[in-house]
Write a protein that binds this ligand. Structure first.
Ligand code: ATP
Length: 213
């Protein structure tokens, strides 16, 4: 997998969030998108995921050397983000049945195998709405990490996780990163410490001072 960005820019109304972003993301590499609150990390991730449109520039996806149409990119990626909701009315097993109908799991794992990997055996018949916030986050992460996708986009992946949950995240990423393109939006070291490359979104902010005569 490869994502190529050329002169990418995004603005909301009259406010440019970033501009002139030219960058290549490649399989086998993990990237951290870094920046302070409100700097545009989530905005860039939603554009990469095809959930949001750039205001200028070009974005292209390649799989095995072939161009993928942007509206088909979702087939190759999995995403987790604080704003993405689980189906609260499902039990854990119902949630996994629903999800894996659209996105099968990697390594031919069964849904029960995934329950084991999450360490949520005792909660398999519990409604998602009754999960703690840390259990919900672990479920969201597991669905993303264990989906059979070449691109893994993780926005603030350890939100609501305690120390044990963070260790679980690090362990399962390490076991499932090989050959994949991973992009983490974060400003917390333990979320992106495994990443090979760092992209500072603030390097692409429009510096208004520079435009003054
Ligand atoms: N739909 C929207 N309409 C208008 N402005 C928006 C919209 N979404 C985001 N913004 C603005 O874009 C900027 C970047 O927001 P974004 O959520 O991408 O930042 P972030 O780096 O992910 O922040 P955080 O670390 O707080 O999650 C902010 O100023 C935000 O208010």
């Amino acid at each position: 997998m490869q994502i190529n960005l050329t002169g990418l820019g995004k603005r909301y109304n009259y406010e440019w969030i970033f501009r002139n972003l030219t960058y290549t993301f490649e399989s086998g590499t993990a990237y951290a998108i870094l920046g302070h609150n409100g700097s545009g990390k989530s905005t860039l991730l939603t554009i990469l995921a095809g959930h949001n449109l750039a205001s200028e520039g070009e974005l292209s996806y390649l799989a095995s050397g072939k161009t993928i149409a942007p509206d088909h990119a979702y087939r190759h990626l999995s995403l987790t983000a604080p704003y993405l909701e689980l189906v609260e009315e499902f039990t854990l097993l119902e949630m996994l049945d629903f999800h894996t109908r659209f996105k099968p799991l990697r390594h031919s794992l069964s849904n029960l195998d995934l329950v084991d990997r999450m360490g949520l055996q005792k909660s398999k018949h519990k409604y998602v709405k009754d999960f703690s916030s840390g259990m919900k986050q672990r479920l969201k992460l597991a669905l993303a990490i264990y989906s059979d996708s070449g691109m893994l986009l993780l926005d603030e992946p350890t939100t609501n996780l305690d120390q044990e949950g963070v260790a679980w995240y690090q362990e399962h990423i390490a076991q499932n990163r090989e050959g994949r393109l991973i992009i983490v939006g974060s400003n917390i070291q333990h979320e992106y410490s495994f990443c090979d490359q760092q992209l500072r979104i603030s390097d692409y902010h429009v510096n208004l001072d520079k435009r003054k005569p």
